[in-house]
Design a protein around this ligand. Structure first.
Ligand code: NAD
Length: 495
């Protein structure tokens, strides 16, 4: 019998109002049901928002350092449960165990950073232009935060959002991706065990239309933090305008790694393989293009194709596996569609191109690592996000052309250049249109204490991670204290 899980609303574990449920299956073996989860709707969202609103006063009046201590305890609990959570996450969404351990570790790092932020949340004191007057700014929580997350980092991304939201004194309604409800359930259990007041965090399982849309439209939800596709991010941005919500959007990417002729080719090869095929290419920061200097192009392609051909596909729980399954049938079909696009556009299929069903992979959503060469900058496979194990190789004749080709996409999340030339590295930092640039490292590998996010259609200017995310979850109040004992008029009395 499969375990049945529930929503967490108003301090209780409850079924959805409709009583409807959905199965969550292991993408490496679809015979295995990971659990049965509620399919919720607007009434469940309304109840969750009511609960979060009721809890707001108590939570905002809890001293920020005490809120931080609770989040630090959440980090301790995650540390103790790291192995169990990682294994369940691999069963739920497929990526290999080393990577799910990394996903949990990112959550732990985020907890410990957030814990200390409870002792900062700085405002400013600033001299007044008038005598006997004191000026300062302080940071206030905003209210109910709606948190909507994707499935590819089922622990790290919710922690990036929910820990800072809570430390800043907001309460939360969390709508996780419907492919990763178990990790989300575990995360909420941990928050409660750590001491977050029961009504301050609420979990509503279900789909984007049935749960995400009413959450975004709800008048009492004062901010939305969303990570997912650019199409959905734009829709959220449009509807959030009606209630003037604050919205943070972390969206798609089409990340590229440039390899110059002076680069350490072996190092660049390791970076390209990890960047393109780690997490089966299902990272917003995945390397989706390599841009090769023509002098090293042929040799690099030979090395790349022969190494990628040897990657071992399989269940992420098997320590031999290097590339796990894709998360679901839809993702496999998307990659297959782009294989067709690449062929029609005249690129050369140098490796892979097929769904993979051999041996132990017969009952899972596997796809061969796929490489297209002879890709030109205007092809769709050079510009559109695929979100799977597919890499496009482009050839350039110099640095300026490489940067131009890299920038030739509507996205701007992560980027990388391998070069031994310091001047070129600095020019790349300046001229690449992306939120993140790695020098001599792959496009993937965020760190919890650094800002994370992109430019152009990758987002709307906010950042997750590090110190910047705390700006999103607070509003500034400006305070003037006049102790002169008489009316003082700014801009008038002194001029
Ligand atoms: P998605 O946009 O389909 O779904 C993301 C979340 O939004 C899910 O919880 C989904 O149920 C919900 N949702 C769907 N429609 C909605 C709607 N109309 N209103 C409100 N919520 C809605 O994305 P996905 O397939 O889960 O994730 C893959 C995408 O996420 C890729 O484009 C990837 O690049 C992006 N991503 C970006 C980052 C980043 O930080 N920039 C990180 C990870 C993933």
């Amino acid at each position: 019998m499969s375990t049945r899980y529930q929503n967490y609303i108003a301090g209780k574990w409850v079924d959805s109002v409709s009583g409807e449920t959905a199965e969550n299956r292991n993408p490496a073996n679809w015979d295995e049901v990971v659990g049965i989860f509620p399919r919720s709707g607007k009434e469940d969202v309304n109840a969750a928002v009511r609960s979060a609103k009721e809890a707001f006063d108590e939570w905002r009046l809890t001293p920020a350092p005490a809120r931080g201590d609770i989040i630090r305890r959440a980090g301790d609990i995650m540390t103790a449960r790291k192995e169990e959570i990682s294994k369940n996450m691999t069963r739920e969404m497929g990526k290999i165990l080393d990577e799910t351990r990394g996903d949990v570790q990112e959550g732990i790092d985020t907890a410990y950073y957030a814990g200390t932020e409870g002792r900062r949340l700085f405002g400013h004191t600033v001299p007044s232009e008038l005598a006997n007057k004191f000026n300062m700014s302080l940071r206030r929580p905003i209210g109910v935060a709606g948190i909507i997350t994707p499935w590819n980092f089922p622990m790290a991304i919710p922690t990036w959002k929910i820990f800072p939201a809570l430390v800043c004194g907001n309460t939360v309604v969390f709508k996780p991706a419907s492919d990763t409800p178990l990790t989300a359930t575990t995360f909420v259990e941990i928050l409660l065990e750590a001491g977050v007041p029961p009504k301050a965090v609420n979990l509503v399982h279900g789909g984007g239309d049935s749960v995400g849309v009413p959450l975004v439209n709800h008048e009492e939800v004062k901010l939305i933090s969303f990570t997912g596709s650019t199409a959905v991010g734009k829709a959220i941005s449009r509807s959030a305008g009606d209630t003037l919500k604050r919205v943070s959007l972390e969206l798609g990417g089409k990340n590229a790694q440039i390899v110059m002729d002076d680069a350490d080719q072996d190092l660049a090869l390791e970076g390209a393989l990890w960047g393109a095929f780690g997490t089966t290419g299902q990272r917003c920061t995945a390397t989706s293009r390599v841009i090769l200097h023509s002098k090293i192009h042929d040799q690099f392609v030979d090395m790349l194709v022969s190494r990628a051909a040897k990657l071992r596909l399989g269940d992420g729980l098997n320590p031999e596996t290097e590339v796990g399954p894709m998360v679901n049938q839809y993702q496999v079909e998307t990659v297959q569609r782009y294989v067709g696009v690449g062929r029609e556009e005249g690129a050369t299929l140098a490796l892979g191109g097929n769904q993979y069903k051999e041996g132990d992979c017969a009952k899972g959503w596997f796809h061969e690592p796929t490489i297209f060469t002879d890709v030109t900058p205007e092809m769709r496979i050079a510009k559109e996000e695929v979100f799977g194990p597919m890499l496009s190789v482009l050839r350039v004749d110099g640095f300026e052309e490489a940067v131009r080709v890299l920038n030739n996409t509507k996205y701007g999340l992560s980027s990388s250049i391998y070069t031994a030339d310091v001047s070129r590295a600095f020019q790349a930092m300046r001229d690449i249109d992306a939120g993140i640039t790695y020098i001599n490292g792959p496009t993937i590998g965020a760190e919890a204490h650094m800002p994370f996010g992109g430019v152009k259609e990758t987002g709307n200017g906010h950042r997750e991670g590090g110190w910047e995310v705390y700006e999103f979850y607070t509003e500034t109040k400006t305070i003037f204290v006049d102790y002169s004992g008489h009316l003082q008029r700014a801009q008038i009395d002194n001029y």
